[in-house]
Design a protein around this ligand. Structure first.
Ligand SMILES: Nc1nc2c(c(=O)[nH]1)N[C@H]1C(S)=C(S)[C@@H](COP(=O)(O)OP(=O)(O)OC[C@H]3O[C@@H](n4cnc5c(N)ncnc54)[C@H](O)[C@@H]3O)O[C@H]1N2
Ligand code: MOO
Length: 522
């Protein structure tokens, strides 16, 4: 390359970086506005100390060389189903929750343009930030819980060692405690066992049998493993069969921690090893935020719970999926309840729930039996998010049922759209009310160009391959085939991304290395 060509490329890179920064700032400002607007609705000041999460790891809205195709099956191989034409702009036939949390069902049917809908929809990252802030503003109360009831809860008081660990100088091996250089004369007696009181000090030149975990006698200088010593019974002398290093196989008092050391910070999820450590450090109970209780109401007359689809009826794919998914997010979930498409049944279910968070599925759009909006209006709920600029899943919503009452996340009925709503609104909200910290954000380059929606963020199931991620086929809103094979969801900014562009990845709980993952499915 010529020097001139190199300069041009450098200038282009600087320009691209500046554009990226400007786009990022604009998005951050947009998110901040969305959050302020919604928090004002619930009568809370945005908390300056809670910085908005960084912008989506998705970088500048790269211009895709091909037309953006929302809700298509974007995939790298020719077996990918053909892309569908660009989706029509979303219609809006629900009231603006941002201007009236108490809309009537009639208001919801007023005609409005797709432009209105887009204007009302909250930006994807803003919606997540809002859900998280809402949760942080109303965290669940902490309780003192006995260890056997604390699993999966989140520490609201740090675990501080109540003792040195180990609390005494301990033998790490079965063998001999010795003092000074050998050979050693063997002290008579049964030796030292774990759990016994203090022994007499060990004078120089003496050895005493000792078990793993036993308290070391004062003045002992080393432990010799049984297999590394030879005892001459006749002479009552112990010989080491290899070099003895002072301090060997002794766990000195305070090796792991000193009394008063912080072992686990606030926000730690109580896992099985946390319980073990807390017990070792002297705790009988932990002060923790309980697991949020979630009710799931699955709406739809067309849903079957067993057997093959028939006569226009389909299997409920969301009940079986959402309960374990929510558990993997740390929630305590009641068996999902199926409700017919009946406004009164929904109203009754909502007002009689005592959960911390309610999830509904289906009924978010504007069909004749889509009752979520009118019922929310009817019970005076505050609509905080009414549509999110994300595909799939844009009709998702977030509401607060009553002053100080539980929140509701309305997931769209299309199964992948429901996943999108779960990760966009329910996950940050649950995490925040439970006092959990946000997972580290990370991004990865896309293996191939990914089409985007012209205005909205897209969430696309991906698998990691080498250093990049590959978008999976069968990622349409009604499909679960892609997500079932995925290990993450790529956050594709409006306009799509070129091959090699870094995009934020949302991990799926079972694909991450979280130590809590295993236990949370049970
Ligand atoms: N006029 C408009 N119609 C629709 C719009 C729109 O903007 N204007 N948005 C579409 C989008 S996007 C989605 S997503 C859905 C959201 O619909 P609802 O939340 O009202 O859900 P339903 O109508 O009840 O169901 C949609 C679809 O999903 C199937 N479904 C529902 N529940 C389940 C379940 N538990 N398991 C499996 N499948 C389920 C249901 O049979 C429908 O096929 O609205 C579009 N319409
Ligand atoms: O975008 Mo919907 O949310 O088609 O599934």
């Amino acid at each position: 390359m010529t020097a001139h060509g190199g300069e041009e490329r450098a200038a282009e890179e600087v320009r691209a970086a500046e554009e990226e920064r400007a786009a990022e700032e604009a998005r951050a400002a947009e998110e901040e506005r969305a959050v302020e607007q919604a928090l004002a609705l619930v009568g809370r000041q945005p908390q300056a100390s809670h910085a908005l999460p960084d912008r989506s790891g998705a970088t500048a809205p790269a211009t895709s060389p091909t037309p953006a195709m929302p809700d298509t099956h974007t995939g790298p191989t020719p077996s990918s189903p053909p892309p569908s034409p660009p989706a029509p702009a979303p219609d809006a036939s629900v009231p603006s929750g941002h201007t009236s949390g108490h809309g009537t069902s009639s208001a919801r049917h007023s005609p409005s343009s797709s432009h209105d809908h887009r204007a009302r929809a909250t930006a994807w990252a803003g919606a997540r930030a809002l859900a998280e802030r809402l949760g942080r503003a109303a965290p669940l109360a902490a309780h003192r819980l006995p260890l056997d009831r604390a699993l999966g809860h989140v520490l609201s008081e740090a675990v501080v060692a109540l003792t040195d660990l180990p609390s005494f100088d301990t033998s790490a091996m079965d063998g001999w405690a010795v003092a000074g250089p050998g050979p050693w004369s063997v002290r008579e007696g049964e030796g030292l066992l774990a759990g016994r009181g203090a022994a007499e000090p060990l004078p120089d030149g003496q050895a005493l049998r000792i078990a793993t975990g036993a308290r070391l006698p004062a003045d002992a200088t080393a432990v010799i493993r049984s297999e590394h010593a030879h005892c001459d019974e006749a002479k009552g002398l112990l010989h080491a069969t290899r070099e003895v290093v002072p301090g060997q196989d002794i766990r000195p008092r305070g090796q792991e921690c000193r009394s008063g050391d912080e072992l686990l910070p606030v926000g730690t999820v109580v896992t099985p090893p946390v319980l073990g450590l807390a017990a070792a450090a002297g705790y009988d109970a932990l002060v923790a935020v309980p697991r949020p209780r979630v009710d799931v109401f699955v709406l739809g007359d067309e849903l079957l719970t067993a057997g093959l689809p028939r006569d226009g009826l389909i299997r409920d794919a969301l009940g079986p999926m959402l309960a374990p998914w929510l558990r993997s997010l740390g929630a305590e979930v009641a068996e999902p309840r199926r409700l017919d498409d009946d406004a009164e049944a929904l109203r009754h279910a909502l007002v009689s729930s005592d959960a911390d968070l309610i999830l509904t599925t289906g009924g978010t759009a504007s069909g004749p039996v889509d009752h979520v909006h009118p019922v929310l209006a009817d019970i005076g709920a505050e609509l905080l998010v009414d549509g999110v600029a994300v595909r799939p899943g844009h009709p998702m919503l977030l509401a607060r049922l009553a002053e100080g009452g539980p929140c509701l996340v309305g997931l769209p009925g299309n199964p992948l759209a429901a996943v999108s709503g779960l990760l966009t609104l329910a996950e940050p909200l649950l995490r925040a009310i439970a006092g959990r910290s946000a997972p580290d954000r990370y991004s990865a380059p896309v293996h191939e160009e990914v089409h985007g929606h012209p205005h909205d963020t897209r969430l696309i199931p991906v698998v990691h391959r080498d250093e990049s991620v590959v978008a999976l086929h069968y990622n349409g809103p009604a499909m679960l085939r892609g997500i079932a094979a995925a290990d993450g969801l790529a956050v594709v900014p409006p306009g799509g991304v070129r091959s090699g562009t870094e995009v934020e990845i949302l991990d799926l709980p079972w694909a991450s290395a979280s130590p809590w993952t295993e236990g949370c499915f049970t």
